[in-house]
Design a protein around this ligand. Structure first.
Ligand code: BDP
Length: 626
């Protein structure tokens, strides 16, 4: 899915700002057709933002069900004869969008964009001020990702109708319109989608003799790979007649150009919105000699400019290769060691709402600490973050919101009537939406199809065989992983992934406080994983809750000393194991969770505070990673 851009034939209008807002206390608004009239009893609400932390009333903050957003907009006269689209960067979790009282799109899933063509409605309405209304529900059940369930309590101990949202994942269920809302105009005949894949020849130097798999060895590989030639394969879906594709370098010089004709058309489909018009898929191959490669920390971004008779679209991309072996993860032939974090989109007041200033602070901190990568735990992050990652050379493991598919008390998720065919169908849809959104980002080097699902269950094998084969079918250029809580003995799904990701909390959730057992237990488990699957391993989570400013010698749990010693114990093991290809500390920052006995106002495993300031462990990691 293309990001809305401006150029000489395309225009974008941002609808961010203050909207009207109303909590649908009885969840009756849809039945009562609130969308037909301007909303009443509204309060002002910021978009993009989570609404939860903007209220002082717990009933509003914790509301389960629908809320309503509304604003007006005017379409400029200059957009007459254009195709006009409304687009949401994300709305969490189930959205119904109405234009002037008429439903125009529904979307399920809180972390990916959706859009719809509103040209016809706008043209026939005869109105100048258009009303955009959004009914948004934050309810999670077993048919959506993340999974959850609404629990209703009965009996004399609870007020009548008492209910709350239950979830089996560890972050607050922030809700709202979290990412930008835009309307944009394209020519009537338009470029619908672009897919770019690159192949590289003549990579050098040859790193294959090196054994640079642990962090210490990796430091020896300072040299950057180069290549003789790249083939850029381009697929363009368009209702417009495509005439050329050009590759433009960072100096804005055209490095190659190719004329496109009808002979490049490889497929033709009816446009769902406009049956008089076919969506044609054009395919072309363009060669770049001596390409500048996109390397982690040393990026190079080319632009692919596609020109049709009416429309133009320019997409950034990078040229790089990815390969996995039994012990390595290679980017441009050079072994890559993941140093970084599992993160969250989370901050005070904004919740999960896009905050570009915060993103810049985060990328500056990643640079300061020497991190080269992160996982989008546990849902795809904003498109704006992905663009920053491309530009700053931060490597991304892109994860779908498949989290909360495990009970910690032994109940079955896959055979207990929880996960169903409907869940699977939605999971596959989300994989596809994530791929469609992020496929051209060079920073994305691997897809994660789930976090901590109950992969020891029989039903999980059937389920994840479909999930992994679907992901592989979508993208033949990137490896895939699944992130485990299950151990190597129980796991039933890792035969289908390329890299094993393991979250481990030795000395935290097990043998709490016993730092001296970490080395033994960790090494034994990692060796088992590698012996069973012969695949490289990333420690995708390890960490200890730490209250900033708490100190004690000798170290005890929750102090800054403990967090440092805890991480050190893990690192000693990683540095001995040649199949370990990375360490992602849990977590980058402290973050909000639901209330719980082991959460003192949130998860405190951050290496940075929620306010993005370093704990002692940040300095330790900086020394190690730099
Ligand atoms: C893992 C989860 C992560 C949690 C973390 C923890 O993947 O979301 O926040 O543990 O407990 O189970 O801190």
């Amino acid at each position: 899915m293309l990001y809305p851009i401006e150029n000489k034939v395309r225009e974008v209008k941002n609808l961010n700002g203050i909207w009207n807002f109303r909590i649908d206390t009885d969840n009756a608004g849809i039945e009562q057709k609130w969308y037909e009239q301007p909303l009443t009893d509204v309060v002002p609400m910021a978009v993009p933002a989570s609404y939860n932390d903007l209220f002082t009333d717990a009933r509003l903050k914790e509301h389960v069900g629908y809320v309503w957003y509304e604003r007006e907009f005017i379409v400029p006269d200059s957009w007459t004869d254009k195709r006009i689209v409304v687009r949401f960067g994300s709305a969490t979790h189930h959205a119904r969008v109405y234009l002037d009282g008429i439903e125009v799109v529904r979307h399920k899933g809180g972390f990916l964009p959706f859009e719809t063509d509103i040209t016809e409605l706008l043209e026939t309405s005869g109105i100048e001020n258009h009303r955009l209304t959004v009914a948004l529900s934050n309810v999670l059940d077993w048919t959506c990702l993340p999974c959850g369930e609404v629990i209703t309590e009965e009996g004399s101990k609870y007020p009548e109708g008492y209910h709350y949202q239950e979830s089996y994942f560890d972050f607050y269920n922030y809700s709202g319109i979290h990412r930008p809302v835009k309307i944009y105009a394209t020519p009537k005949n338009y470029i619908r989608d672009i897919t770019i894949k690159t192949e590289v020849e003549g990579l050098s130097p040859d790193f294959s003799d090196e054994k640079p798999v642990t962090i210490k060895d990796y430091k020896k590989l300072e040299e950057l790979p180069t290549a003789n030639k790249a083939t850029v394969k381009v697929w363009v879906e368009s209702t417009d007649e495509i005439q050329s594709v050009k590759i433009i370098d960072e100096n804005n010089e055209i490095v190659c150009e190719k004329e496109i004709t009808q002979s490049n058309v490889i497929d033709s489909l009816k446009d769902a919105k406009d049956s008089s018009n076919d969506v044609e898929t054009y395919f072309a191959e363009v060669e770049v000699t001596n390409p500048k490669l996109w390397n982690p920390g040393a990026t190079y971004l080319y632009k692919l400019c596609v020109e049709g008779k009416e429309d133009i679209y320019t997409e950034e991309f990078g040229i790089r290769t990815i390969e996995t072996t039994d012990k390595q993860f290679k980017i441009n032939g050079k072994p890559f060691y993941f140093k970084g974090f599992g993160r969250h989109e989370d901050s005070d007041i904004h919740g999960k709402g896009l905050d570009e200033a915060l993103n810049i602070r985060d990328f500056n901190l990643l640079d300061w600490i020497g991190a080269n990568s992160f996982r989008t735990s546990h849902y795809p992050y904003s498109e704006e973050q992905m663009m920053l990652a491309d530009r700053e050379g931060i490597v991304v493991i892109d994860e779908v919101p498949a989290v909360g598919m495990c009970f910690w008390d032994g109940q079955s998720v896959f055979a207990g009537g929880k996960v169903s065919d409907e869940t699977l169908e939605h999971h596959l849809d989300v994989l596809s939406e994530m791929y469609q959104r992020d496929k051209n980002h060079p920073s994305v080097v691997m897809w994660s199809v789930a976090n901590e699902a109950a992969t020891h269950e029989e039903g999980a094998a059937l389920y994840f065989e479909k999930v992994t084969s679907t992901m592989k079918g979508l993208d033949d250029t990137r490896p895939i992983t699944i992130v485990h809580t299950t151990g190597p003995d129980g796991d039933k799904v890792s035969q289908w992934v390329d890299v094993i990701c393991v979250n481990r909390y030795y000395a935290w959730y097990n043998d709490h406080g016993h730092l001296d057992v970490i080395g033994l237990q960790l090494k034994e488990e990692m060796d088992k994983w590698h012996a069973k699957y012969n695949k490289p391993i990333i420690m995708s989570e390890y960490g200890a809750d730490t209250i900033a400013g708490y100190h004690k010698l000798p170290a005890v749990a929750f102090t800054e000393e403990f967090q440092c010693e805890y991480l050190d114990e893990y690192h000693k093991v990683f540095d001995q194991l040649e199949y370990m290809i990375g360490e992602h500390v849990w977590a980058y920052c402290d973050f909000q969770t639901k209330q719980g006995l082991n959460r003192v106002d949130g998860n405190k495993k951050g290496v940075f505070t929620r306010n993005r300031q370093p704990k002692a462990a940040a300095h330790l990691l900086r020394k190690r990673w730099k």
